[in-house]
Design a protein around this ligand. Sequence first.
Ligand code: ADP
Ligand code: ADP
Length: 227
Amino acid sequence: MGAIHLNGVSKVYEGGGDAAVDDVTLEVRDGEFMVLVGPSGCGKSTLLRMIAGLERVSGGQIVIGERDVTDVPPPDRDIAMVFQNYALYPHKTVRENLAFGLKQRKVDKAVIDARVADAARMLGLEEMLQRKPSQLSGGQRQRVAIGRAMVREPAAFLLDEPLSNLDAKLRTTMRGELARLHARLGITTVYVTHDQVEAMTLGTRVAVLRGGVVQQCAAPQELYRRP
Ligand code: ADP
Ligand code: ADP
């Protein structure tokens, strides 16, 4: 249902020289938590942004579920993305931030209210719904960003270093919450990080990128096994 197939996907930026992503073929299975790791500049964000439709592919094909989405614009891809900087609307309340995407899609108000209430309960945001983002801690803002993705009930979640702006303690807490959320919702997830602990604890599989190609892709216990 929510599997993602990348078939020979490439990206060459205009005037960018070498391919940022070079002929990547990768299957993210339905319900899987796939972590993308690798050194800065290896193409992780570019790959994620192409799955999201925020960046056009230079070659290859992207299939989400049964559907070829290679030429489908982002809002119609049935995915939700969480960014490092949260990208919340500063002048809207938490409730409005959570509801915004659904409202734009003309989802029924009763459905919106129910999904927002569910997400707020799951993420511990019930007391925060009337606040503006500036009145929240970093961890709470990140929860709102995750909640906003959740309420869409997408086929897949794409997260680009969602915890890297948080302090170490909060990062540990949120890592646990993400793991629980995934265990509960089972949504196909692609997660970019350069934190090995996140890769090991969250990933069902980890894909290691280098120079735009997937060097290895394996379960974390295979990848990080000591010699
Ligand atoms: P990562 O997320 O692994 O750090 P990126 O996907 O951001 O890697 O970048 C991969 C390569 O593509 C890098 O060489 C980077 O400089 C280049 N790149 C990324 N975005 C652009 C862009 N908008 N224009 C030109 N080159 C880019
Ligand atoms: P953390 O240590 O988790 O980053 P903060 O020290 O930023 O948290 O905030 C601690 C508590 O104070 C949180 O519950 C947060 O909701 C609340 N808070 C932070 N900033 C504001 C604000 N401007 N107005 C109201 N409450 C706030």
